[in-house]
Design a protein around this ligand. Structure first.
Ligand SMILES: *Cc1c(COP(=O)(O)O)cnc(C)c1O
Length: 401
């Protein structure tokens, strides 16, 4: 049984095996009723996920990428606008911005949380933009375009510092769309409102992905937008369905971007277990912290500020000799991932924008040191000990600064 010593990066088999009967009955129901697109399974899931996120509305979408795009469009981003986000995220964030007709631009991340640094966002407006008197809109001097929205990304399952970001957004009249694609159930303590808020409930709208590997994953593709704004929700319902307000009455040209019924039914079943799975991930994170704690100088662990309750979509640590560590773990049968090796501003896809190395130094440094260790609800303490031992065997004796 030598294979039992292997530790996979994630385990998508066990949760589905445990729920097999319930999940199969979703297919059965869809087959019996031929309810494949729209209908009660989609509406049921939308209302359950809205309550989970503590929002008034949820609209099921075909993917997280389209959820970001539709949220931006419905909230009012216009072709030619600039939308600010971070360079340290999955490219879907900026694809959605571009596909909404806007141009992405970046501010660097916070060195501890790896999420948007609100201070850098503020500086961006102070140093690179001016505010048009009549409209109050921020205008980018060099790019000669209005900056109308910001997309904070709740990376690895932990929210960005939303109070501070919302304050800048308020000052500059910005639309705020949370990219919550990695943060189902994450919480943020808002000083301003003096309460814990759910990821997805803080911006004008928020996007979630149900890609299989996410904390809440479909058995296929899926996504959703959450919002407290009825008008945004109404527009998104049109955008996802060919711009129809009723069948064959097209108020605008839209997209085929619906969440399908079988995926919605599956998500309803899995949503009932999400709180417990997130709790297991938190316990696994605690366990990693305990195991690594005697070696604070070789491995930088995830930092959770007191205002955050992470759901640990990923457990990413920083080491100085990342590639060697990854190779060693792989030789020990331990799966890892790099999220993300190249920040977006240095990707070939964005060459035309003319960014260069050094533009966003923290994103660049973190990208060169980060490695995601196995993290999933069914991870055992014994597997974690193996992972930690292997990491410690491989980290360079030199301490990371
Ligand atoms: C997964 C992900 C997306 C895109 O979701 P899809 O459902 O794969 O389209 C967007 N942003 C972030 C940060 C993600 O991790």
């Amino acid at each position: 049984m030598s294979h039992t010593k292997n530790v996979p990066f994630m385990d998508l088999v066990s949760p589905h095996r445990e729920l097999k009967v319930e999940l199969t009955s979703v297919f059965q129901k869809a087959l019996d009723t031929a309810g494949f697109v729209g209908g009660p399974m989609v509406e049921g899931f939308e209302s359950e996920f809205a309550s989970f996120c503590e929002t008034k509305e949820c609209v099921g979408i075909s993917s997280g990428t389209d959820a970001v795009r539709f949220a931006l469009m419905a909230a009012g981003v216009q072709p030619g606008d600039i939308v600010v986000t971070v360079p340290y995220t999955f490219i879907a964030t900026t694809e959605a911005i571009t596909q909404a007709g806007a141009r992405p631009d970046f501010v660097d991340i916070d060195e501890h949380t790896y999420c948007m640094d609100p201070e850098k966002l503020r500086e961006y407006f102070v140093k690179e933009c001016y505010v048009e008197r009549e409209t109050g809109t921020a205008f980018h001097r060099k790019l000669q375009a209005p900056v109308t929205a910001v997309v904070p990304v709740h990376l690895y399952g932990q929210t960005a510092d939303m109070d501070a970001i919302l304050e800048v957004a308020h000052r500059y009249n910005l639309i705020v769309v949370e990219d919550a694609c990695q943060a189902h159930g994450a919480e943020y303590f808002s000083e301003k409102e003096n309460c814990w808020k759910r990821a997805g409930s803080m911006g004008h709208a928020a996007a979630f992905s149900f890609y299989p590997g996410k904390n809440l994953g479909a058995c296929g593709e899926g996504g959703a937008v959450t919002t407290n704004d009825k008008e945004i929700a109404r527009k998104i319902r049109m955008l996802r369905d060919h711009g129809q307000s009723q069948k064959y009455y097209h108020d605008l040209e839209g997209y085929n971007g619906r969440l399908d019924a079988i995926q919605a039914g599956i998500l309803s079943v899995k949503l009932r277990h999400l709180a417990e799975w997130n709790q297991s991930r938190r316990e696994a994170a605690e366990q990693y912290k305990k195991l690594f704690d005697s070696y604070p100088r070789q491995v930088i662990l995830p930092h959770q500020p007191e205002w955050a309750k992470s759901v640990y979509h990923l457990y990413a640590v920083r080491v100085q000799n990342r590639d060697e560590v990854q190779k060693h773990l792989s030789s020990q049968g331990i799966g890892t991932g790099i999220h993300y090796p190249i920040p977006l501003h240095l990707q070939k896809a964005y060459q035309e924008f003319g960014y260069k190395g050094g533009d966003f130094p923290l994103a660049e440094q973190v990208a060169s040191e980060i490695i995601s260790l196995p993290m999933f609800p069914h991870l055992t303490a014994e597997q974690q000990s193996r992972v930690v031992q292997a990491v410690l065997d491989a980290v360079s004796a030199r301490a990371i600064q």
